[in-house]
Design a binder for this molecule. Sequence first.
Ligand code: CTP
Ligand code: MG
Length: 375
Amino acid sequence: MTIAAIILAAGRGERAGAGAPKQYRAIGGEPVLAKSVRAFLGHPEISLVRVVINPQHEKLYRKAVHGLDLPEPVAGGVTRQDSVLCGLEALEKEKPEIVLIHDSARAFASQGLISRVIAAVKQHRCGAVPALAVGDTLKKAENLAVVETVSREGLYLAQTPQGFPYPGILDAHRKAKHTDYTDDAAVAEAAGLKVVLVAGEKENVKLTHAEDFRKPAGEVRTGSGFDVHAFTAGDHVVLCGVKIPHGKALAGHSDADAGLHAITDALLGAIGAGDIGDHFPPSEAKWKDASSDIFLKRAAELVKEAGGLVLNVDLTLICEGPKIGPHRQKMRENVAKILAIDPGRVSVKATTTEKLGFAGRGEGLAAQAVATVGF
Ligand code: CTP
Ligand code: MG
């Protein structure tokens, strides 16, 4: 069964105030649009994701979705409803059986929520809308003077993604052209299609006003990593991918880059994915003399597969020598490049142990790292 998703991002985000349109602003360390799109790209039942944009935002769009596997965006229209129709028409060739329509401004739609909507469309062969029962008391007022207290009995707040059999919703939207409904379920209802509700989620808010961007974003997990390598005869060491001339070398199975090893373990720790030895056993000959960026790259992939985003990495190198300071910036840039994040999110620090212990005696070097991953 083909299930497609249309992500609406053609709005101007006027209520969210000055700056880039809200779908291109950052929340939880990445653009709102990227976060919304990832939830659907990562869902096992969805095979096609089309994003509807305002062609004037094309540059912002390309930057926001960089690295995500998406087909060309669809040009939207003046109203949300126009944009949905553009998205639906763009799926004519693929003719999916089910289509989900989602506001990119809802950046926190969970995998469970998406699954519930799909399951309801499949089960009832009709529209499905995630919704929350109204909890507050409802007042009807004129000029702020209350005229009535409205019963909240049976009233729900509708969210997205809203799911529909594709042919039915395409037809309904074509018929509804030039009308002004605020969601797709209303378009479906107007065409006489049945729509059912599934449980929505409180976290699935629509970012609308500037203050919505100050909300803490999702969940943050932390991991730590630690690594030690002994010095041996040689003339240079490799730390965070930077070759540093030194009177000794670091001994190890791979290139002995303790910095990258500690960061790799920190990332694996944050997603509960074991440690570097589980993924790259030292018993396997193929990792001998391996360049450690392979390890870190793999950890970054695993974070991505787990639905996470590396928020920051902080590394401390513990040694009497070599001097780290002159190489620090290059190290940050290397790590940032491997993780595909901004160098501002990578910190590299160094300290001695005042000549105490193995590091102090120059027998070896230690590295310790902390990483945070956002979900
Ligand atoms: N949308 C769209 N095309 C439009 C208008 C809106 O694709 N012509 C999308 C928005 O990008 C958003 C979703 O529809 O993801 C819900 O709309 P809303 O929250 O109202 O966003 P904006 O219209 O962008 O914001 P505002 O109304 O504050 O200008
Ligand atoms: Mg709007």
